[in-house]
Design a protein around this ligand. Sequence first.
Ligand code: ADP
Ligand code: MG
Length: 342
Amino acid sequence: MKQAMLAGLIALMVGAGAAAAATTWETGGKTMGTWYQVKVAYTPDQALDGLKNEIEQGLAQDNTLLSTWRPDSTLSRFNGYAGTQAQPIPEGMALVIRTALQVAEKTQGAMDITVGPLVNLWGFGPGGVPTHTPDAAAIAAARQQVGWRHLHLSERDGKAWLQKDLPSLYVDLSTVGEGYAADRLAALMARHGITNYLVSVGGAVVTRGKSASGQPWKVAIQQPTDKQTRIEAIVDLQGHGISTAGSYRNYYQRDGRRLSHIIDPASGQPISHHLVSATVIANTALQADAWDTGLMVLGPERAKALALREGLAVYLIIASDNGFISWQSPAFARYLVGATAH
Ligand code: ADP
Ligand code: MG
């Protein structure tokens, strides 16, 4: 079985059977500081000319909309605007923000797209790693600038409007951008009449239909180790989106602490519990990507309780003294096609 690596997830390609009528067309590359991948199981009568170009143009548009690393993006311009008047924003950005705010509400602010000042303070923003650990005063000052309730999304004249009641509010959509971009790639496939595809951007994946082998696409959740190919569980998404958030790859060590790029807005500090990976399957990759971050922040016990309360399809990996413990919500079971015993 061949494997293709994604952040936290692996697309499994079951060897093409001799009788399969379809072949795999695939492409990939870099976007949003991560990798994207598109696989299409197609029959020779399908014309895929120009698809690569459209994929790259679509991803470039997503970046121009949502990147905080680009000063000229629509999001950066909203962040740079130091006023409190409502600003018209494109529908794509409104969708991402609406989803993020809904999950913020449900996670009591664990998922918070205004957390940027804290992310930057801890060295995970465009500025890079700081020379010393932020002190309590610096954390308190950054926390004054954070809070999703300062952000207001509304509809008027058929348009979406975004308003901040704190002029310095800084909106960071990097945790949901991958899910949004994966959904947009899926929509592009649908516009081309493509019904059998796997698309992924970073840790977010959407699949529809079957791979060239005639079997449903399979996506593997990786074990949270630096050895990227250890498989934890295998799922068939059945047309849904999946996203994994993890604290095990993007971090640095400082003063004997392992500092993750996921920040708990309640403490202003990088998360410090034993939940190392949270995977969510939802109707869209965007929803999954918003939830996985919130669950990662909440930690194992609160994440489990919320998954049960909301009926979410969730797979958690928790570090213990002797390896990892996994937990899945009842709603996850219908997607699971294989798992590694612990
Ligand atoms: P992963 O790399 O595990 O897939 P993401 O890239 O999806 O994670 O999200 C991590 C990014 O989200 C961080 O680099 C930071 O910009 C942002 N972030 C950190 N903490 C939070 C939070 N509590 N709510 C929303 N976004 C956050
Ligand atoms: Mg996420």
